[in-house]
Design a protein around this ligand. Structure first.
Ligand code: FES
Length: 125
């Protein structure tokens, strides 16, 4: 198996192609301390596992840790696609609201949102 084939198999194993939303979370160090970023990331991983494996919802989502989203204030900063909603203040309480209201409920959390950048719909592949 080539590295390309291995990468493709890993993407398939991770469910790429079946997600309805993607949340990216910055773990600092400039928008929040590394400790705050790590705490939010651990919480997001735990909740993602619970939600994605629960079978209680049809929504599944992917989560990705990133180094900087170039906002660098009031973090942890994050964003949710496909809506392209950018958020600040994603501590555990903020993340929980984003997960319940936006990721699962489909409604962006206005009072935590700092911007929106929805992408045009992708053509069918
Ligand atoms: S360090 Fe988080 S947005 Fe820059």
């Amino acid at each position: 198996m080539t590295d390309f084939e291995a990468a493709k198999a890993e993407a398939q194993r991770r469910g790429v192609g079946g997600y309805e939303r993607h949340i990216l979370l910055c773990i600092g160090p400039d928008c929040c301390t590394p400790e705050q970023g790590e705490d939010s990331w651990k919480y997001l991983k735990k909740r993602a596992a619970e939600i994605n494996r629960s079978g209680d919802t049809a929504t599944t989502f992917y989560r990705t840790k990133v180094g900087c989203l170039r906002i660098c204030k009031e973090g942890p900063v994050g964003l949710v696609y496909p809506e392209g909603t950018w958020y600040a203040g994603l501590d555990r309480a903020g993340l929980e609201r984003v997960l319940v209201e936006h990721v699962l409920g489909g409604v962006p959390v206005e009072d935590l949102a700092i911007g929106a950048n929805p992408f045009p719909a992708a053509p069918e592949a």
